[in-house]
Design a protein around this ligand. Structure first.
Ligand code: FE
Ligand code: FE
Ligand code: FE
Length: 575
């Protein structure tokens, strides 16, 4: 896709391409992974002013002999919430660029739920000048549902000014899929506001006529497929399928059999939410390419799913392939099967080599506002038992963002339903933290295994109130207070003492610390939780999705329990 560049720059590029002026750089003896023609061929690649001038015998100011190493386009993440890396945008870039990622399409809806449109602009501003191109989709569902309190509300009218930003390229995942297929005017107005820009979907399990209606509304992609048949149906109805391999949701293995030579062009890779330890240990989009190849996917197809397919879907001009006129965002890979980026170029400059970041590392600007406003005097976690004290219980499932549910008799003390750690029935609360409303939703959760203590987090998708799970009200309050005292964060508490914590002062979502330190602190929290009896591999992370009322089955917000299948609030106790 042609990109508009100033006429003088274009004239010079043409002159270099013609061979009448020297290039800046020539990569000699490359094996070009040509994602356009679907082949690998020899090429000498000339670069001028950040763009590919051409393939051939060029004069250049600098020459690098690649001795037959592969050159691929820089990788693109089709859908990511950068906030889930728990670090600032420059720090995220430092983590993913050495892995070969040169562009991401992000939905800043986590920070948008805390700080609104200024939060979105903050993410765009923090990504200025990085060797990582950060494109944003304008967040469509802030708050995610009408059954929760977020820090801001983004209406259709707020979207138009966002679309004026050169790096805001479409409408982000429309998670309110019932709102779409039921034709709720406000939801359809947001899709209309996107004009002819791409509109990302989010429709876990949606099928049949409601799926048709969702697509007829103008939605183009989906990243929530968890079953092969679901993905097949969505592809048949016209969706571009983002195959996701994140930290909490891992779908690649299940979905890969979907991809055939006939449909691969309509499939892409995305990470959605990837946590520090996975970014450091597994990698980013490169990890998906590696997994795909290991699962038997043709390497060129795997690379196409991480480059040109995504660029085509989003209409990213000048990106996603290497050809004359395109941006020289490239990676050098010695062995395709191993797929480790040895060198990473952004606009023809080496920005990482042997995993070491050489790019710009500006300090992020200060966030536009702080994160935690709680009316503590109104916060009471006690639950008066009603009827036969049979309550709905949320089941946390290891490695999943969906939950199970059951109805169980509660332990009652002095007329109050209390946590019963012996039966693995812990209390869960969501404390509103944006507007100091004093709202608290209280319920019960199974699957955490804590015998004592509590864990709390100001990351709580997507409203990011304070979510806390614990063995007693007092421990829960101590944990909730601990994370608010650091301007947001996560903590594991026992006997009123913080055992491990990570402060997240950027909107209560992101740390200003280096990724490695955040990873170490997250590990320490997991260890502390296990010492309290915790049985989940990553209890903090699982907990952060229990407030996400757009993912089935039973969830909790600051206004109480939500039956996501019915998309309705439900009472804690059943008669
Ligand atoms: Fe989603
Ligand atoms: Fe998402
Ligand atoms: Fe989220």
């Amino acid at each position: 896709m042609r990109e508009s560049i100033p006429p003088e720059a274009r004239r010079k590029l043409v002159e270099v391409a013609r061979g009448d002026a020297p290039a800046d750089l020539l990569l000699e003896n490359a094996r070009l992974v040509n994602v356009r023609s679907g082949e690998i061929h020899d090429a000498d690649i000339a670069i001028y002013e950040g763009r590919i001038a051409g393939f051939g015998a060029y004069q250049a100011a600098q020459t690098i002999d690649l001795h037959g190493a592969h050159v691929c386009p820089g990788l693109i993440d089709a859908h990511v919430h950068i906030e889930s890396s728990m670090v600032s945008v420059p720090e995220f870039a430092r983590a993913v660029v050495p892995r070969g990622t040169t562009a991401v399409v992000t939905d800043p809806h986590e920070i948008a739920n805390v700080l609104g449109v200024p939060g979105i602009r903050y993410m765009l501003d923090s990504s200025e000048g990085l060797p990582l191109r950060v494109f944003a989709m304008a967040s469509s569902c802030v708050p995610a549902t009408h059954m929760e309190t977020a820090g801001a509300k983004i209406e259709a009218a707020d979207l138009a000014p966002l679309f004026e930003h050169p790096r805001v390229i479409g409408l982000a995942e429309v998670m309110n899929f019932p709102g779409v297929f039921l034709g709720v005017p406000e939801v359809l107005a947001k899709i209309a506001a996107a004009g002819d820009r791409p509109v990302d979907g989010h429709s876990p399990g949606l099928s049949g006529l409601p799926l048709n209606a969702y697509l007829a509304a103008g939605v183009g992609s989906d990243h929530e497929c968890t079953r092969l048949e679901e993905a097949r149906e969505k592809l048949r109805r016209g969706m571009h399928i983002f195959i996701r391999e994140g930290t909490a949701a891992r779908n690649l293995e299940e979905l890969l059999p979907l991809v055939t030579p006939g449909n691969a062009a309509n499939c892409s890779f995305c990470t959605d939410d990837r946590h520090p330890e996975d970014l450091l240990d597994e990698g980013h989009v490169d990890a998906l390419v590696r997994m795909g190849i290991a699962e038997g996917l043709d390497p060129i197809t795997a690379i196409q799913m991480a480059t040109i397919n995504t660029a085509n879907y989003f209409g990213l001009r000048g990106l996603g392939m290497l050809a004359p006129g395109y941006r020289a965002d490239m990676i050098v890979v010695d062995k395709l099967e191993v797929f480790q980026a040895r060198m990473v170029f952004s606009e023809g400059r080496v920005v990482a080599e042997h995993g070491e970041y050489k790019g710009a590392r500006p300090t992020p600007p200060a966030p536009p506002g702080s994160g935690v406003q709680v009316k503590w005097e109104a916060v009471d976690l006690a639950v008066t038992a009603s009827g036969a004290a049979k309550a709905r219980v949320i089941h946390a499932i290891p490695g999943q963002i969906v939950t199970g549910q059951s109805v169980e008799p509660m332990k009652v003390e002095n007329g109050r339903a209390v946590a019963d750690p012996d039966r693995d029935l812990l209390k869960i609360a969501v404390i509103e933290r944006h507007q100091a409303t004093g709202n608290v939703g209280v319920g019960f959760a199974r699957g955490f295994g804590l015998k004592r203590g509590a864990i709390a987090s100001t990351v709580a998708h997507d409203n990011h109130n304070i979510v806390v799970v614990g063995a007693s009200d007092a421990e829960m309050m101590a944990a909730a207070r601990a994370v608010s005292e650091t301007g947001g964060g996560q903590a594991v508490v026992a006997d009123g003492r913080v055992l491990a914590a990570v402060p997240l002062p950027i909107a209560g979502l992101m740390s200003d610390l280096p990724l490695e330190e955040v990873r170490d602190r997250v590990e320490a929290m997991g260890k502390a939780a296990r010492e309290l009896g915790g049985t989940l591999p990553d209890p903090l992370m699982t907990m952060t999705f229990l407030a996400l009322a757009v993912i089935p089955e039973l969830k909790i917000t600051d206004r109480g329990l939500v039956d996501v299948n019915k998309f309705k609030p439900v009472p804690l106790f059943v008669p």
